[in-house]
Design a protein around this ligand. Sequence first.
Ligand SMILES: [Zn+2]
Ligand SMILES: [Zn+2]
Length: 185
Amino acid sequence: MPRKKQETKTCRICNETKQINKFEKDKRVTGQRTTRCQSCKYRSQDRATYAYRKLHERAKAEPGRKVEVTLAQVKVLFAAYDGKCAYCNREEEPNGSHHHLEHIIPRSAGGRDHISNLTISCPDCNMKKGTKPVVDYFYAKEQFQDENFAQLAHFVAFTSGQPVSEVLKEMVDAHIEQCRRKIER
Ligand SMILES: [Zn+2]
Ligand SMILES: [Zn+2]
């Protein structure tokens, strides 16, 4: 009798074909496996942990600053974006610089260290966005495209428990306020 063929699957991230047990069970569908292999998942979690620690290090330098985000939430954020920059989709280079946890509403404008105000950003986008409201960075059209903007707004709505329309309105209002300040200057 021929030996039963081991079922395999190709990981969407590392593109390697591995045995099915190297893929976790899909949480949504019984009998299904995820499309990302376990080692790619762990790599993403390591990066999330690194970004989380860096946020704490920066926060420690400011007395009274309260980090409200948990490591588990940062891991979900990294999983949701596949560890890519939320603005430009850039991946972290294996041995290069790390992505940052970026404040969507800048700290200088009262933005909190809360999951609903944090996203993943490559160092380049982080620098270019700076303290701009998120819509200002979107209109600057560096690499921040419609689809990324929609994704960002939905993630904020989900994590803040606000309707997407309200999240978008607040983002646009911050942009209008910024324009007004520029004119008055
Ligand atoms: Zn993989
Ligand atoms: Zn980027």
